[in-house]
Design a protein around this ligand. Sequence first.
Ligand SMILES: *Cc1c(COP(=O)(O)O)cnc(C)c1O
Length: 430
Amino acid sequence: MKREHSARLFERASNLMPGGVNSPVRAFKAVDGPPLFMARGEGPLLWDEDGNQFIDFCCSWGPLILGHAPEAVLSAAIAAMQNGTSFGAPNKFENELAALIVENHRWVDKIRFVNSGTEAVMSAVRLARGCTGQAKLLKFEGCYHGHVDSLMVKAGSGLATLGTGSSAGITEAAAADTVVVELNDSEALEQAFKRWGSELACAIIEPIPANNGLLLQDRQFLLLLRKLCSQHGTLLLFDEVISGFRVGFEGAAGFFDIEPDLLTFGKIIGGGFPVGAYGGKAALMSQVAPEGPVYQAGTLSGNPVAMAAGAAQLRQCLAPRFYDDLNQKTDAFVSEINQLALAAGIEFFAHHVGSIFWLAFGDQRPVRRAAGINPRSGELFKKFYGALLDAGVYLGPSGYEVGFVSTAHSQLQLAESAAKIVKAALAAYS
Ligand SMILES: *Cc1c(COP(=O)(O)O)cnc(C)c1O
């Protein structure tokens, strides 16, 4: 595989931007070689600056549920853009995207658009604190909620503990209001509520944790969380930036049939543009400025191009059988991988829910907590990844990241990719 152009671009980028990138995982630190600079995407395919072609399962980390450059999204964005790129004033496309969500999601009465998932979570947490008058947050080890200070926190020692910052620059004060609990651990959850319940503004969870492997939770555990939140007057915040509109139009809330108080969205709702959102019960959302006292604003929020693109994408998602077809296609793909891996006699398993999948080097299934991930996976993934790129299959460059199937991936491409994936996994073990 040629990498000259990417290597040259990365060298230049490294003198201009920290680590040569604008988001750390892109730097290929967990795998070999310079990161690939991407030049073009079309449907399920991606081409880098050296002209290498890949089947893309990263899909920009989830937003591209229709694949790259889908006609419906492109034409909506271009049409909007021809009338100007930003007004800083209300525009009709905000109504379009908001109505698509509010009218088709049982638990979103009102929604506010922002510019990223991080911003959505940060704002929803402020709203939860504003509504409850409480300061503390409860989060789960292994869930990612963007780079919000109070949520970039890992557990201290013990079962239910106050957190410590997981990055330089996060003050003790920012971390001290966050209680961290293990995923899928009912006992620890009960203890945490017993100790901190009366002080918790909200409990935030990725109801389908997909940023540290794919750590599927028992529905019973999520129901317990719902019950404890209701009992203690704690708001339940489902961070559905990755799962929203991905496992179904109502995301993980619909998948588990559990009602959260607040939800955060991002990724898919922007149709590939930078959009985030938070929404939920009308009584809570009415507390957001200018209706209520919780301030939150944005120069480019509700941007007409991004809103038009997002609306065009979500309209496609509402087509009959959209999710049934996508999920069935992914089922078949994942089953093929698992059958081939079994036949090859290697410890390699594709976990999935809906069209999110995670390729794991381990025999534990399901994996419900970060601690269940095989410690050898980092080293195995590195070899796997190199072989996979050579075979023309692109995934996010880390073994802890999930992959996505889009409607643009054909059954034939999926079947061919399954064979290439297992071949690369065999190479990793050799
Ligand atoms: C991606 C993600 C975020 C952060 O969104 P950005 O747009 O990258 O800021 C937050 N929460 C979850 C669950 C995510 O998957």
